[in-house]
Design a protein around this ligand. Structure first.
Ligand SMILES: [Zn+2]
Length: 347
């Protein structure tokens, strides 16, 4: 079981990073992984504070928009060279994923400083890297601490927040899929962990009124939910509680759509369709997504209807060992199209 030791969520809290590192025993050196933009927004502040605390601070700017193995290799080389006590990933999903995997491979602790809240990777032990033989995330390490500044996250485009809500809503169906795999295949199932993941989705649902552009309280709700999801995965040691059929659909879309949408946006739309298959109250999930202004249709995702249908039929093959509702009845293109139409994803 891997869990963060400290989680700090609040407004204008980046300068707490000095005390945090001291408490965790990092008083010698640190390496900050960030992007050109996130350096200005948050990376520079983090570096200044750490230097004020007497740490020797190096930094690496990652310019890739998607995390690749090449980026991970490059950061690993820097880690071997400067031998930091701790690696801090400061940025959106890409920088966090690269920092998380490279630090894990070099056996250096990792602190997560997210500047967006578009998915649950900020607190999870998993990293999503392009260039591997599979389109889904792999085990890296749990962050030893998370510092999420709502004041910074709220300044990112609102689309990121809406996407984060989609990734959290996904837990309505991922937990059902997990339960199903347990029933059918006697797969390991942990009720506490499943409840924790499901609770995040309920947390968003119960506080949906707060989640709107410019509302910092809503960002806090979302961050609490995303952190709980990451912790659930850390406890389970698998992404199972947080990633089911709706994620398989999103991974399949990444493979077939020429221009995929954001991970959480796709997962949200997948959740609506998978909830329909599970015979859950899919309309209330769709209404929740609409309320927080997350996409609920192919059109809003910017994806062609035929790619939605193709992804639905491909989804169960993306990760064959992960049993979900998609294994109960094979989705032919005809059935897939009917489901997408029935749920209003395509017209
Ligand atoms: Zn996800």
């Amino acid at each position: 079981m891997q869990l963060p030791r400290e989680i700090i969520v609040g407004s204008r809290i980046l300068d707490l990073v000095g005390d945090l590192c001291r408490r965790l025993g990092f008083s010698g050196s640190a390496l900050v992984i960030t992007g050109p933009q996130t350096l200005r927004i948050a990376g520079r502040i983090i570096m200044d504070v750490l230097e004020d605390y007497g740490l020797e601070v190096d930094h690496t700017i990652v310019t890739s928009k998607v995390p690749t193995l090449t980026d991970v290799d490059a950061v690993e080389r820097v880690i071997r060279e400067v031998k930091p006590q701790v690696v801090l990933g400061v940025g959106g999903g890409t920088k966090i994923d690269i920092a998380k995997l490279s630090s894990a491979r070099q056996k250096v602790p990792f602190i997560s400083v997210p500047t967006t809240a578009s998915h649950d990777g900020m607190a999870s032990p998993f990293a999503s890297i392009k260039g591997l033989d599979r389109p889904y995330s792999i085990m890296a390490q749990s962050p030893i601490a998370i510092i999420a500044d709502t004041d910074i996250i709220i300044r990112a485009p609102y689309r990121f927040v809406a996407s984060g809500c989609g990734d959290v809503a996904a837990k309505f169906t991922s937990t059902r899929d997990w339960m199903l795999a347990h029933k059918r295949l006697n797969e390991y199932y942990a009720q506490y962990t499943a409840s924790l993941a499901l609770m995040s989705a309920r947390h968003i649902s119960e506080n949906a009124d707060l989640i709107e552009p410019g509302n910092e309280e809503g960002v806090r709700v979302l961050l609490e939910a995303l952190v709980s999801c990451g912790v659930a995965m850390g406890i389970a040691g698998t992404s199972r509680p947080c990633s089911g059929s709706e994620h398989l659909f999103s991974h399949a879309l990444d493979l077939v759509a020429p221009k995929p949408a954001m991970h959480g946006e796709q997962c949200g739309v997948g959740t609506v369709m998978m909830a329909y298959l599970h015979r859950m109250r899919w309309k209330s999930i769709r209404d929740l997504l609409k309320k927080v202004e997350a996409p609920t249709t192919a059109d809003e995702l910017g994806i062609e209807p035929e790619h939605i249908v193709e992804a639905l039929t491909l989804a169960s093959k993306v990760r064959p060992e992960r049993y979900t509702i998609l294994n109960e009845k094979p989705l032919t293109p005809k059935i897939a199209e009917r489901i997408a139409k029935k749920t209003g994803v395509i017209s």
